[in-house]
Design a protein around this ligand. Structure first.
Ligand code: GTP
Ligand code: MG
Length: 136
């Protein structure tokens, strides 16, 4: 089985959507939440997490947004969970996301798209280490 690192972004916490999003993850048969924490992210943590985007035009606004309030960090484990949570989330841009997906149902603009989910096994292991070092 796989594990993936999920962040419910500050917009999800501010808008009171964390329960709804967590429910969608929990409803999926065979998936298990194995870590969950509400926390504020400092600049170092965010830089480790989103370092691949450094230098892109959206990087600084993204960092500012991600530090604008607490996030909920989770580890989710299960069969093909990496691909599965990305599918539940929908495409990065909410305008392109289908109704029924998290971003399609609740997303407004591309920067504030409610949820992060690891995009590969390699990213998942890297990101789990950043947010839950004890679980590496
Ligand atoms: P994450 O799960 O958050 O990593 O999203 P993703 O994998 O769907 O997208 P990506 O890693 O390419 O980008 C990371 C985050 O940067 C996105 O979730 C958006 O919040 C933001 N972002 C990506 N592309 C753009 C863009 O073109 N404009 C703006 N303003 N923000 C962007
Ligand atoms: Mg990404």
């Amino acid at each position: 089985t796989q594990r993936t690192l999920v962040l419910l972004k500050p917009d999800a916490v501010r808008r009171g959507l964390t329960g709804e999003i967590i429910s969608r993850i929990e409803r999926k048969a065979g998936w298990q939440i194995t870590a969950l924490e509400l926390r504020s992210l400092d600049h170092d943590t965010l830089e480790q997490h989103y370092g691949e985007h450094k230098g892109k035009p959206f990087y600084e606004p993204l960092m500012e947004f991600m530090a604008s309030g607490p996030v909920v960090a989770l580890i989710v484990e299960g069969e093909r969970v990496i691909e599965g949570v990305r599918k539940l989330a929908g495409p990065t841009d909410p305008i392109a996301a289908e109704p029924g997906s998290i971003r399609g149902d609740f997303g407004v603009i591309v920067r504030e798209n409610l949820i992060h989910a690891s995009d590969s096994e390699e990213s998942a292991e890297r990101e789990v280490k950043i947010f839950f070092p004890g679980r590496a």
